[in-house]
Design a protein around this ligand. Structure first.
Ligand code: TUI
Length: 313
C-alpha cells in the first residue's frame, strides 16, 4: 500500500507502532521497522541519555527508518526533543500535550513531526504550527486518552486538516485497519497489538493479562482529575476508582500510581501495577512476532479492501 504517510516516512506498510511507555524500547521498535512498519521508541519519562542508548541500539540492528515518541508531561521532554533533532530520527510523535515550542527545531533538522491529538481544535492548531501529519487517537486506546471515539474523531480530523492523518485507538486487526482507511486515514498507529509481540520486553504476566482480557475488561481512571488513563481492571484500578468516588485529592491518587506502570511492565506486578491497554485487548489471542503481526494485518486489510465492491452488488 502506498499513501502520503508511507511516502513521508519511507516505509512499506502503513502501520505505525505506538510509543508505549516502558514497552516501546529498541527491540520492539527495531522489529517493527525491520518488518516494514514504523517502529517508535517511547521515551515516556526517561532522561535523554537512556533514549540515546536505545537510538544507538536500534541503529545497530536495522537501517530502516524509526521514530521517537515524546511524552510532553515528562520532566525530560525538552532534552529528549533536542536529542531527536541531533540524531535526525525520521520522525517524532508527541503525546499528552502541545509540542509547538519544539516544532522549529525539528523542522530545521528535517525531522518529520506527527503529534497525537484527541480533538479537532488541537489538530488544526498543530497543522498551522507545521505538523507533517496528525495522529487522531480515540478513547478506545490504552494509557492517557481523550474523550472522543476513533469512529467519531478520525473523520472529523480528516475533514479539518490537509496534512495526512493516522488513525489510532481501537484498531486490533485488518478489519480495524480497513475501517480507519474508510474513515480517511492514510496509516494506522497500534499499541495494544504490539504489547504482546514476541520481541516486546513486556513481562509475561502483562502479556498473559492482555491475552486473557475480554471486551469489557478495561477501566478509565482519573476522569475526576482531568488525567484519564485506560487500564485493564485489577486491584489497583478498583482501589483507585473507589478513592476517586470518595473525592480523594489529585496528590493522594497520584501517590497510588507512582512507578506502577514500570512495576507491571518490567516486574510483572499485574495486581497492584498499572496494566495499560486499549479496548481491543479482548481481540488479542496470541503472541506473534512483529513480522507475523504486520504480515497478517496487511493480508487481512487487502482482502477486505479488495472485496469492498462486493458490498454494492
Ligand atoms: O500520550 C498518550 N498516551 C499515553 S502517555 C502515557 S505515560 C503516562 N503515564 C502515567 C500516567 C499518565 C500518562 C500513557 N499513555 N497518547 C497520546 C495522547 N495525547 N492522547 C491524548 C493526547 C492529548 C491530550 C491533550 C494530546 C494533546 C492534548 O492537548 C491538551 C493541551 O491543550 O495541551
Amino acid at each position: 500500500m502506498k499513501t502520503r504517510i508511507t511516502e513521508l516516512l519511507g516505509i512499506e506498510t502503513p502501520i505505525i507502532q505506538g510509543g508505549m511507555a516502558w514497552v516501546a524500547e529498541s527491540h520492539l521498535a527495531a522489529a517493527v521497522s525491520a518488518a516494514g512498519g514504523f517502529g517508535i521508541i517511547g521515551s515516556a519519562t526517561a532522561p535523554a541519555e537512556v533514549v540515546a542508548k536505545m537510538i544507538k541500539e536500534i541503529k545497530e540492528t536495522t537501517d530502516k527508518p524509526f521514530g521517537i515518541n515524546i511524552m510532553l508531561m515528562s520532566p525530560y521532554a525538552a532534552e529528549v526533543a533536542a536529542l531527536a533533532a541531533e540524531e535526525k530520527v525520521a520522525a517524532v510523535t508527541t503525546g499528552a500535550g502541545n509540542p509547538s515550542q519544539y516544532m522549529k527545531m525539528w523542522k530545521d533538522a528535517n525531522v518529520k513531526v506527527m503529534p497525537v491529538v484527541a480533538s479537532v481544535a488541537m489538530a488544526k492548531l498543530l497543522e498551522r504550527a507545521g505538523a507533517d501529519a496528525i495522529i487522531a487517537e480515540g478513547m478506545e486506546s490504552g494509557g492517557h486518552i481523550g474523550s472522543t471515539t476513533t469512529m467519531a474523531l478520525l473523520p472529523q480530523v480528516v475533514d479539518a486538516v490537509s496534512v495526512p492523518v493516522i488513525g489510532a485507538g481501537g484498531i486490533g486487526d485488518g478489519r480495524g485497519v480497513a475501517a480507519a482507511f474508510m474513515l480517511g486515514a492514510e496509516a494506522v498507529q497500534m499499541g495494544t497489538r504490539f504489547l504482546v509481540a514476541t520481541e516486546a520486553i513486556t513481562h509475561e504476566n502483562y502479556k498473559n493479562k492482555v491475552i486473557a482480557a475480554k471486551d469489557i475488561d478495561s477501566e478509565v481512571t482519573g476522569l475526576s482529575t482531568g488525567h484519564p488513563v485506560r487500564l485493564l481492571r485489577n486491584k489497583m484500578t478498583r482501589e483507585y476508582l473507589r478513592l476517586e468516588k470518595e473525592g480523594a485529592s489529585f496528590e493522594e491518587l497520584e501517590q497510588m500510581t507512582v512507578g506502577s506502570l514500570r512495576n507491571a511492565v518490567v516486574d510483572g506486578d499485574v495486581i497492584t501495577g498499572s496494566v495499560m491497554a486499549g479496548q481491543i485487548a479482548g481481540m488479542i489471542k496470541k503472541k506473534q512476532t512483529c513480522k507475523e503481526i504486520i504480515d497478517e494485518l496487511m493480508a487481512e486489510t487487502t482482502t477486505i479492501l479488495s472485496s469492498a465492491p462486493d458490498l454494492l452488488k
